[in-house]
Design a protein around this ligand. Structure first.
Ligand code: HEM
Length: 117
């Protein structure tokens, strides 16, 4: 069970890497757009995160205030990806506020995961 939970955590981190990694690529290459890999990364992180939010394979209590906050932020990132992709389709570019918020909120969720103890 502990090993299985470790594997799900690894999948969760792959989702984070896909989302944040593809955001960094867009930041550095100057396009600042929304890509399919970002959506996939968010979906992978969401599914694995929800599986990890159930208390199995651990001996300690889960912090549901922390998990609820992460979930709320994830919903906001999902909304921004949707709105940003719509704008990108119509006008060819994503408003900078939306692009930056996606990266900042993704990093915020990783920071909450690691620093909220
Ligand atoms: C973009 C969204 C998310 C990002 C970037 C993210 C990032 C991370 C990272 C970097 C870790 C590893 C930290 C560690 O092991 O100390 C982690 C662990 C974890 N995440 Fe997420 N996460 C996201 C969404 C979620 C959601 C929506 C949930 C569930 C509601 C969730 C639940 C968990 C759980 C249960 C762990 C295991 C460690 C712990 O108890 O804190 N995550 N996350």
């Amino acid at each position: 069970m502990e090993l299985l939970r470790g594997i799900v955590l690894l999948v969760h981190l792959i989702g984070f890497a896909m989302l944040f990694g593809s955001w960094i690529v867009e930041l550095v290459n100057g396009k600042r757009g929304i890509t399919r890999v970002m959506n996939w990364g968010l979906a992978v992180a969401a599914v694995a995160g929800l599986v990890l939010a159930a208390p199995w394979g651990i001996e300690y209590e889960l912090d549901y205030a922390k998990l609820g906050t992460k979930f709320a932020i994830l919903i906001v990132i999902g909304a921004l990806l949707g709105i940003g992709a719509g704008r990108q389709r119509k006008s060819g570019s994503v408003p900078p506020v939306i692009f930056w918020l996606i990266g900042i909120l993704t990093l915020a969720n990783a920071a909450i995961a690691v620093l909220w103890r």
